[in-house]
Design a protein around this ligand. Structure first.
Ligand code: ZN
Length: 630
């Protein structure tokens, strides 16, 4: 449907008394401006009829003439909203006629049946956009929200331009073929990236870096593309981990200015990780492929979508995210291509099986012709112990170390394993299975705060606790460490240190390791994936001496005397049996399978099963392969 037709349709549906003064198409959404917001309060089916007819998200906005002066409006809002809502911030975006209200209890800003929100609109003219404040402070979240607010005028222009591309008429041959090109993360883990192409549209799915990779294998192979990156229609990011989102700002560095679709939590977490990536480069005095400026530019183009929200992202492509249960906001990507000509599911990283943080993974789709599936733990030997066993083992190792008079280091990914392990430790502490203090270092604390801003992504028990102001992340067992306090804390014994990075590729975990490695009373526990080439993998394999740069820039050999343990079973990835179970339970059954995100042996071994046991045609492409799907 063309933009003109959309506008005409809305004018047809809505009566004169709806007071429609302007209709704008903002990216995939539609904004209707009205001089009579009350008409919409009194006729709630106005919005639902339009949304249903056009199958689009509809935003009702007030006409500019109704907008009260911001400072007066702010006073009125403070009076209308009960104090208990704990408003943390109010900002005004005139371009969207919207007032962004950030509160600890958003429900109270909305009021029963939307009562309070409606009053805000009637009395100030501004339409509230109510967002949840994190229960503990997050610099990065505040920074992102301010940045978006400050640039709302420009964002509006961007959304209008994006809409022009989404609603152009598809060409006649648009559903003739569909193909993918493997650009990274095939027969390997790291730098996930693929291009999906139709005669009409070019879409990139994920754009990652391999943080443990050498320079030439660290980034996706974008230079083989037969068109400039500025011609991409959209980029979709499945989740925030750097091997899926870490190279995205580079696209903006080289001139891409199109939409980035992800969940809201992914947008915020990937920004956190990208800033950190830049930071690591500057500490090592190396040149990062992009700068903070590129990340900020990227943010303006982010269009967040929730799970199960169906969105037109190109004339011939409709996107839906579903829960992948891997990290906060992680999604599998369903693409409905060419009016049903082909349906593709890109799994992203998935966890089939119980985790404390998230609801179970989504298994139902309207249609699937092709499934692109990760295979991180797809190998024959990749069977993880059950969760209870893993948790019991963790408790034992912690208590044994404390008895021996040592400290415990658990290197974690700041996003994902960090929070899952925190929930475990909090549970052990509550049930008196451990009695110690756990120090959180690096970005893990910041990432946990972001979790509390998006409880809707979390498993019910955790969500409820956050909403009742009993966040497990704020338990007395946890304390956030400042880097200057590290040495003092290391001198006392019986502590747990939870620090990123998860593979000892840099960050505080590496600093702790250097200071703890030589004392045999200490223990390091690996709970997450250690990729080929990382220091974590080397130590896990038994390397006992490591050349290290120590303070003063000198190199010396570090003896690994500390106890090294790996406890499997906490992974955010499915093990081999879970991957097989996932394929079995997925509805409908895919006709074709493409395996990525695993080393060659594991991917091939998984393919043998799916091809042999399930009879699904399976490919294990290499980077640079192109596969025709239709
Ligand atoms: Zn991941």
């Amino acid at each position: 449907m063309k933009i003109e037709d959309i506008k005409e349709k809305i004018n047809e549906i809505l009566p004169k008394n709806a007071g429609v003064s302007k209709i704008e198409v903002e990216g995939p959404e539609i904004a209707i401006y009205t001089t009579s917001p009350e008409a919409f309060f009194n006729n709630e089916d106005f919005v639902s009829t339009v949304a249903h007819t056009l199958k689009k998200k509809i935003n009702i906005r007030t006409d500019k003439t109704l907008l009260e002066d911001p400072s007066t409006a702010k006073d009125k809002i403070m009076k209308l909203v009960p104090e208990d809502a704990q408003i943390k911030d109010i900002s005004f975006n005139p371009s969207f006629s919207e007032v962004v209200i950030e509160a600890i209890k958003p429900g109270l800003v909305i009021g029963k049946g939307g009562e309070t929100s409606k009053k805000i609109i009637s009395e100030t003219g501004w339409v509230p956009n109510i967002i949840r404040a994190p229960t503990s402070n997050s610099e990065i979240l505040r920074g992102i929200r301010h940045h978006l607010s400050k640039n709302s005028h420009e964002r509006k222009q961007i959304l209008k331009e994006i809409a022009e591309r989404i609603y152009k008429d598809p060409s006649e041959n648009s559903s003739e073929w569909v193909r993918i090109v493997a650009l990274g993360g095939f027969q390997e883990v790291g730098r996930s990236c693929l291009l999906l192409e139709t005669p009409e549209t070019k879409i990139m799915i994920d754009c990652g870096v391999n943080v443990a990779g050498q320079k030439k294998s660290a980034y996706p192979m974008l230079d083989i593309l037969h068109f400039p990156l500025t011609e991409l229609d959209a980029v979709i990011i499945s989740h925030a981990h750097m091997d899926h989102s870490g190279f995205l700002p580079y696209l903006f560095r080289v001139g891409y200015r199109g939409p980035v679709y992800s969940t809201e939590a992914t947008r915020d977490l990937m920004t956190l990780l990208q800033f950190d990536y830049i930071d690591v480069f500057s500490k090592e005095q190396k040149e990062c492929p992009y700068s903070e400026k590129d990340v900020k530019e990227m943010l303006k183009y982010c269009i967040p979508r929730g799970y199960r929200e169906v969105t037109d992202i190109a004339p011939d492509i409709r996107l839906t995210f579903t829960n992948a249960a891997h990290i906060l906001g992680s999604a599998s990507v369903h693409l409905h291509i060419g009016d049903g000509a082909h349906n593709l599911v890109y799994s992203g990283d998935i966890k089939y099986g119980f985790v404390r943080l998230f609801d179970n993974i989504d298994l139902n789709y309207p249609r699937i012709e092709t499934l692109i599936l990760e295979s991180t733990y797809g190998g024959k030997a990749d069977i993880q112990p059950n969760r209870n066993f893993a948790e019991q083992r963790l408790v034992e190792i912690i208590n044994e170390t404390i008895e021996a008079g040592g400290n415990i280091l658990i290197p974690v990914f700041a996003v994902g394993r960090g929070q899952e392990i925190m929930l475990c430790l909090e549970n052990f502490y509550k049930t008196k299975r451990i009695d110690t203090k756990c120090y959180i270092d690096g970005m893990t604390a910041e990432a946990s705060a972001i979790h509390t801003a998006y409880p809707e992504y979390l498993r019910e028990q955790v969500r409820r606790r956050i909403l009742q102001n009993d966040s497990p992340f704020s338990s007395p067992i946890f304390e956030v460490v400042k880097s200057e306090d590290r040495d003092k804390l290391l001198q006392s014994k019986g502590n747990i240190f939870l620090a990123s990075s998860g593979m000892l590729t840099g960050g505080p975990s590496l600093e702790y390791f250097k200071k703890m490695a030589e004392d045999p009373r200490n223990t390091m526990i690996f709970v997450g994936y250690q990729s080929e080439g990382s220091l974590g993998r080397k130590i896990q394999k038994g390397t006992s001496e490591i050349p290290m740069t120590v303070e003063g820039g000198k190199t010396r050999s570090l003896k690994v005397n500390m106890r090294i343990e790996t406890v499997d079973g906490f992974s955010g990835h499915s093990d081999r049996l879970q991957l097989i179970e996932y394929i079995k339970r997925l509805r409908p059954k895919p006709r074709r399978l493409i395996i990525d995100h695993g080393n060659k042996i594991k991917s091939m071994s998984l393919a043998q099963i799916t091809q042999g046991k399930f009879g699904i045609r399976t490919n294990v492409p290499q980077n640079l392969d192109a596969l025709r799907l239709k």
